[in-house]
Design a protein around this ligand. Structure first.
Ligand code: FAD
Ligand code: SF4
Length: 495
C-alpha cells in the first residue's frame, strides 16, 4: 500500500467503455483502448492491504490480489506480472471476462465501492505482454510421460500448460477447427478479442504443447484408444448439452439455441463468413434466458442490426444494492447489473414496446405462434410470482421473427461416445463423476472444468485445470510441486 489514505482520497474509476453508438458498429472490445493504464496505479492504491484479504479467498485461483495491487501502485509491473502469473495462467481472460467475485469480497466493499481488482488484473496482463514479461517457459527436461487433454477451453488449456511446463508431453484434442472452447465460439469478440487467444496458443506451442484440432474424440479417435496410448487422459470437454424449452410452438422455424446462434456470429467476426445464416438483421428478436449467455446474444443481435430485441428473465428484478440479511458480505450477491450489452440495448431503446430496459423480469414463456409457412412470428408470455405461478391479467405478446434460447446447460454432450467408450460414471445431474482429487472411476482418467463441475465460470475452469494438472503430475511421478488452488468439491462462497 503505497498511499495508506488512497481509499479515502481516490474514488473508484472503472475502465471506460466506448460510446454506445460507436461500439455497436464493430466487433471490437467495448473498452476505450489505452484508457486503463493511465488510471490504474491510483486505483490499485485504493487497496487497504487489510490484513485478512477476503478478495483472495473469494477468487477460486487464490490470486494474490493485495500483493499485486501494491506492486501496481508502485509501478513495478514486472514483479506484479510474476505474482499474477504465479496463480493464473490466463489473466488477460479473467481480467476481461470474470464477474469478479473478489470485488464482492473486498473489505472496502463493506461500506464503499470495491477496489477495481479485475481492471488491475487486466492491466498487469496486458502490460506483461507489451513488455515481454511472459516469454514461453518450456521445461528444462522431459519426464518421458504423455498426457492427452480432451477439450481446449480454459480448463483444458490451463491443465495442458501446467503439465507441459512440468515436463510431460501433452497433446490437446479439440473437435472445433480452432482452439479456445467457449471463449472462441461462444463468448463474442466485443467481450474479448480473439487475438488474446492466439497469443497464448502461440506461447503454449513454443513451450511444447501439441494441438490436434478438428478431431472429435469418441468419433475420429476412440477415447479408449487414447487411454491406452497415453499415460493419463484429462477430460475437459465442457458442459455443452443445452436445456430445452418445451412449450407449444417450439418446433417452428426461427427458434434456435443460443449456442447455435453465437458460434455463427463469432465466425463472422473471425472472417470465416460474411453474414451469419442466422443474422438478426431487420428481425424482431426475443431472447429467452436472463443470464450471461442471453446478454451475449443481446449484444450480438444489436450489432447485427435487429429491428427490436427483448430478453426474458424468469427471476424477479433484483435490487440495486446487496440485501445484507439474505446475501451478506463477502458473498457474491444477486443485484441489478448493467452489462455492456444491456447498456447498449437501453441506450438504443431496442425493446419493442416502451420499455427502457430490454429485459423483462419475472417473465415466463407460454407459447410461440407462427405464420402459414411454419415460421415463428410471436411469443406469448405471462408474469410469474417467486414460485413461478402465473399472475392473472399479465399476459403479453411480443413480435418474434428470431427466438434465441439461452436457458443454460445440463452437462457434457454425450453424443460423442467418450463416456460410454471409457465406461465413465456420471453424477445424477449428468456431469462426470470424480473424487476430490479429480480422478474418475477409470484409472488414469481425470475430469476437469464444466464437464465435471457443471456450467460455471472461466476462473473456476482455470482453477480446475491447474488443480487437475497437479493430480495428474502426482500420479505420473509420485509427487508434485504444481499448485492445486481448489479441490473438485470446492464451491463458490455463497450463503
Ligand atoms: C455464451 C457464453 C458466455 C459465457 N460468458 C462467460 C463470461 O463472460 N465469463 C465467465 O467467466 N464465464 C462465461 N461463460 C462460461 C465459461 O465460458 C465456461 O464456464 C468455461 O468456458 C468452461 O470451460 P471448460 O474448459 O470446462 O469448457 P469449454 O470452454 O466448454 O471447452 C470445452 C471444449 O471441449 C471441446 N470438446 C467437447 N467434446 C469434445 C470431443 N469429443 N472431442 C474433442 N473436443 C471436444 C469443445 O469443442 C470445447 O472447445 C460463458 C458461457 C457461455 C456459453
Ligand atoms: S480471476 Fe476473477 S475473482 Fe480472481 S482476482 Fe481476477 S477478477 Fe477477481
Amino acid at each position: 500500500m503505497a498511499d495508506p489514505k488512497g481509499f479515502m482520497t481516490t474514488p473508484r474509476q472503472e475502465w471506460p467503455r466506448r460510446p454506445v453508438e460507436e461500439r455497436v458498429r464493430d466487433w471490437d472490445e467495448v473498452y476505450v483502448p489505452g484508457a486503463l493504464l493511465p488510471i490504474i496505479s491510483k486505483q490499485a492504491d485504493r487497496c487497504m492491504d487489510c490484513g485478512v484479504p477476503f478478495c483472495h479467498q473469494a477468487c477460486p485461483l487464490g490470486n494474490l490480489i493485495p500483493e499485486w495491487n501494491d506492486l501496481v501502485a508502485r509501478e513495478d509491473w514486472r514483479a506484479a506480472s510474476d505474482r499474477l502469473h504465479a496463480t493464473n495462467n490466463f489473466p488477460e481472460y479473467t481480467g476481461r471476462l470474470c464477474p469478479a467475485p473478489c470485488e464482492a469480497g473486498c473489505v472496502l466493499a463493506i461500506n464503499q465501492p470495491a477496489v477495481t481488482i479485475k481492471n488491475v488484473e487486466c492491466a498487469i496482463a496486458d502490460r506483461a505482454w507489451e513488455e515481454g514479461f511472459t516469454p514461453p517457459r518450456p521445461p528444462e527436461r522431459l519426464s518421458g510421460k504423455t498426457v492427452a487433454v480432451i477439450g481446449s477451453g480454459p480448463a483444458g488449456l490451463a491443465a495442458a500448460q501446467q503439465l507441459t511446463r512440468a515436463g510431460h508431453t501433452v497433446a490437446v484434442y479439440e473437435r472445433d477447427d480452432r482452439i479456445g472452447g467457449l471463449m472462441r465460439y461462444g463468448i463474442p469478440a466485443f467481450k474479448m478479442e480473439k487475438r488474446h487467444l492466439e497469443r497464448r496458443i502461440e506461447q503454449m506451442r513454443a513451450e511444447g504443447t501439441r494441438f490436434r484440432t478438428s478431431t472429435v474424440v469418441g468419433r475420429d479417435v476412440s477415447a479408449a484408444d487414447l487411454r491406452t496410448r497415453y499415460d493419463a487422459v484429462v477430460i475437459a470437454t465442457g458442459a455443452t448439452a443445452w436445456r430445452e424449452l418445451s412449450v407449444p410452438g417450439r418446433e417452428l422455424r426461427g427458434i434456435h439455441q443460443a449456442m447455435e446462434y453465437l458460434p455463427l456470429a463469432n465466425r463472422v467476426s473471425e472472417g470465416d463468413l460474411e453474414v451469419s445464416p442466422l443474422s438478426a438483421a431487420g428481425k424482431h428478436v426475443v431472447i429467452v434466458g436472463g443470464g450471461d449467455t442471453g446478454a451475449d446474444c443481446l449484444g450480438t443481435t444489436v450489432r447485427e442490426g435487429a429491428a427490436s430485441v427483448s430478453q426474458l428473465d424468469i427471476y424477479a428484478q433484483p435490487g440495486a444494492e446487496r440485501d445484507e440479511d439474505v446475501e451478506p458480505w463477502p458473498t457474491y450477491p444477486k443485484i441489478y447489473r448493467l452489462s455492456a450489452a444491456h447498456e447498449e440495448a437501453r441506450d438504443l431503446r431496442t425493446a419493442p414496446a416502451a420499455d427502457a430496459d430490454a429485459r423483462l423480469f419475472a417473465a415466463s414463456t407460454l407459447r410461440f405462434d407462427g405464420d402459414e409457412a411454419g415460421h415463428v412470428r410471436s411469443l406469448h408470455l405471462v408474469e410469474v410470482d417467486a414460485r413461478r405461478r402465473p399472475l392473472p391479467g399479465t399476459g403479453r405478446t411480443l413480435p418474434a421473427d428470431l427466438v434465441l434460447l439461452a436457458l443454460g446447460f445440463s452437462g457434457p454432450d454425450q453424443e460423442d461416445g467418450i463416456i460410454e467408450q471409457l465406461g465413465l460414471e456420471l453424477e445424477p445431474r449428468g456431469t462426470i463423476a470424480r473424487d476430490a482429487g479429480f480422478a474418475t472411476n477409470v484409472p488414469g482418467v481425470f475430469a476437469a472444468g464444466d464437464a465435471a463441475r457443471g456450467q460455471s465460470l472461466i476462473v473456476w475452469a482455470i482453477a480446475e485445470g491447474r488443480a487437475v494438472a497437479a493430480a495428474v503430475d502426482r500420479r505420473l511421478t509420485g509427487s508434485t510441486r504444481l499448485p492445486a488452488p481448489i479441490s473438485a468439491y470446492d464451491r463458490p462462497m455463497v450463503v
